[in-house]
Every structure is written in structure tokens, then in C-alpha cells.
Design a protein around this ligand. Sequence first.
Ligand code: DQA
Length: 156
Amino acid sequence: MERLRISVVHGPNLRLLGRREVEIYGTASLESLNAAVWELAEELEVELETFQSNHEGEILDYLEQVAGRTDGFVVNAAGLTHTSVALRDGLVGVNRPFVEVHLSNTSARESFRHASLLSPVAVGVVYGFGIQSYLLGLRGLASHLRDTMRPGAHQD
Ligand code: DQA
């Protein structure tokens, strides 16, 4: 079986993980989060890429560039989740399934975090489990891709 190719996208401020609002986001750094995701990707036989940017336009450029070599995305768009029509359009535009993830339970926080512009166009959403949200999201996306892609058929 051909290996699935999945890209993990971290949005604004996630480079501060481990130092930022630790009572909400925990003490693990972005590096250790990525290491856990890489380990699971190995186990699932998924080819992984990770990307972080604080800049909306850079994320849009990345989606466009990577779409040709990616079967799907795991996306924590951070604050852009609640505001960015452009990111939603970009994700729809590159025509790859994605899972939305969040470390925190956004529904239990300020009301402006309750709405996501991305959820209606995501395959699924996982939030509230810290790093496990990414791992569950990766498992869910890999399983979705294996169910929906023809064997050996990477999308162009
Ligand atoms: C977050 C939740 C967002 O509301 C917030 O803006 C973030 C992180 C999370 O992972 O819990 O930056 O996406």
C-alpha cells in the first residue's frame, strides 16, 4: 500500500506552546508536540510534514504549495479559526480533506471561540484533549483517507 501523505499545520502563536497560558495549553513545547505526531505517523505509515506560521498569508501560500504532495491536512488554525474566511476558502480551494484540531475545549471558553469558520468544511473536529487532539485527528484523517481514496491513487 502506498503511504498516505499528511501535512500538519499550526497557526499563530503555537510556537509559544509550553510558555503560553500553560494552565490552558499545558507545558509541552511545539517541538515535543510535533515529535509525538511524528511518532504516530511512523506507526500509521504516514508520510508527514509539519508547518507553523504566525502569518495568515504564509499559511495560504503553504497550503497551495503543499497540496500537490499531500492527501490531507490536520489543522490547528489557532485564532484564525474564529476569524479567517480566507483560510476557510484556501482549505476548500486546495480540495484536500482536513481535520480541525484544538488543544483546548474552545466551547468551554470565551464566546468568541465557540464559532469556527472551518468546522463546517472539515471532515471532523477534535478539541479539548491537549496533544491527544492532534493524535486523534491524525488517526481519524488517516482512516478517512484510507476509506475514501482508491488504492494507490494520490490526488493530483
Ligand atoms: C487553540 C484555540 C484558539 O481559540 C486559540 O486562539 C489558540 C489555540 C487551541 O489549540 O486550543 O491559539 O486553537
